[in-house]
Design a binder for this molecule. Structure first.
Ligand SMILES: CC(C)(COP(=O)(O)OP(=O)(O)OC[C@H]1O[C@@H](n2cnc3c(N)ncnc32)[C@H](O)[C@@H]1OP(=O)(O)O)[C@@H](O)C(=O)NCCC(=O)NCCS
Length: 373
């Protein structure tokens, strides 16, 4: 019988230079830098350059990338029309998935080489925040905010989404969240992107696969589920009963546990610190108090730690971002990693094609005529 690893646990599917998730140590490395060294010191644009070019940019290189991203900050009219016409009740992740797929329709360049795909990576990274923000405006019947090309990525998204000049601290918080979410080894959505591009299809198809994969509650969708959970619990005094009831029913607590990290997810303390600061400023400590209590129970009862989604939910909620945009923000940041992995896969491609263990009927059945079945 074939050796099966359910969920591909422990399987090394390819090499990568982009990032390393060190489960036992609780360490995340981006191209040789510990995430703790990067968070707060470099911007999302610098991380994007690092993931695409295997080195941090010089000032001139960074300015070049920023200029390219800003120049790509527009959407084809057909995509804008779609965003205005999409059902207002549609999930933003579904809209983004469809929007990115549509972008492919407007790309007439037949080249599928590294240079063409780097250009497309810039374009997709610049456009996903606009798709997200514009759908959010359109579904509320608001005017689409005019594009500005004097803002960095995090500030531009906040501006497009709110229509207002974002505060410096809010921009900084979102930028650090982007940095922390930019890449994470062969997580499910990145793996989807790599599997898709390994057929030598186009980059839009690969990013569309990745967005659809990220959406699930076991992956990026967990951050939205965390806020649902906190809202359902309601107050600190109800946490214990709620969590123990879920555990008794063998239900999962969202934002807790990780396939690779067996100790604390190194991104969680950064997000927790931001969540504490923001909730203190807002005078709304209950979200973080409830979160800390849930995390403590889960550590004690199941030896499971909080993951990236656990505290990012409170951070985004404190920034007054609607909960159905939490996962899209994750998607915006992870587009840096997805595109980096796609470019890397194409440099040394081999089709992903695992085998399965057939457990169906033994061969030898004969076809019974349809009238007799
Ligand atoms: C992330 C996740 C999918 C990893 O799952 P996995 O490696 O496939 O682990 P499993 O789902 O097989 O869980 C292993 C054990 O831990 C338990 N467990 C894992 N995560 C749990 C959680 N969040 N709440 C309660 N129990 C959990 C499982 O019930 C199982 O227990 P058992 O052996 O007694 O049956 C899982 O921890 C999870 O579903 N977490 C919640 C969703 C989430 O936050 N996702 C974002 C990840 S960044």
């Amino acid at each position: 019988m074939a050796l099966i690893s359910r969920g591909l646990e422990g399987i090394v599917a390819a090499e990568t230079r982009l990032s390393d998730v060190r489960g036992k140590e609780g360490q995340l490395v981006y191209a040789g830098y510990d995430i703790n060294e990067l968070a707060g010191k470099v911007t999302f644009e610098e991380i994007t350059y690092l993931l695409w070019h295997d080195k941090l940019p010089s000032k001139a290189e960074l300015d070049g990338l920023k200029a390219d991203l800003r120049a790509a900050r527009s959407l084809p009219q057909g995509v804008i029309d779609f965003l205005k016409a999409a059902p207002k009740t549609a999930a933003p992740m579904d809209v983004i998935r469809t929007g990115v797929s549509m972008l492919g329709l407007y790309d007439e360049d037949p080249a599928n080489d590294g240079a063409a795909n780097l250009k497309r990576s810039i374009s997709i990274l610049a456009k996903i925040p606009i798709i997200t923000a514009y759908f959010h405006r359109a579904r509320q019947g608001l005017e689409l905010t005019p594009i500005r090309t004097d803002l960095d990525e995090a500030a531009s998204f906040l501006y497009l989404f709110t229509g207002k000049e974002p505060g410096i601290e809010t921009v900084k918080t979102l930028d650090i969240a982007y940095v922390l979410h930019a890449d994470h080894g062969f997580n499910a959505s990145t793996f989807s992107a790599r599997v898709t591009i390994s057929t030598l299809t186009d980059i839009y198809s690969a990013i569309t696969s990745a967005i659809g994969t990220l959406k699930g509650p076991l992956h990026g969708g967990a951050n939205e589920a965390v806020i649902d959970m906190l809202e359902e619990i309601g107050s600190l005094d109800k946490v214990d009963a709620w969590v123990y009831d879920k555990l008794a029913k063998k239900e999962k607590i969202m934002g807790i546990g990780h396939r690779v990290y067996k100790v604390l997810d190194p991104r969680a303390p950064h997000l927790k610190a931001m969540a504490i600061k923001l909730t203190q400023e807002l005078g709304e400590p209950k979200w973080i108090e409830m979160s800390e209590r849930i995390a403590a129970i889960m550590l004690k009862e199941k030896n499971l730690n909080a993951n990236v989604d656990f505290y990012s939910a409170t951070v985004y909620h404190s920034l007054e971002i609607p909960k159905d945009l939490f996962t899209p923000i994750f998607a915006i940041a992870r587009t840096a990693g997805w595109t980096g992995h796609i470019l890397e896969q194409l440099k040394d491609n081999r089709l992903f094609r695992p085998q399965s263990d057939y457990v169906g009927f033994p061969v030898g059945k004969t076809v019974v005529p349809i009238a007799e079945r």
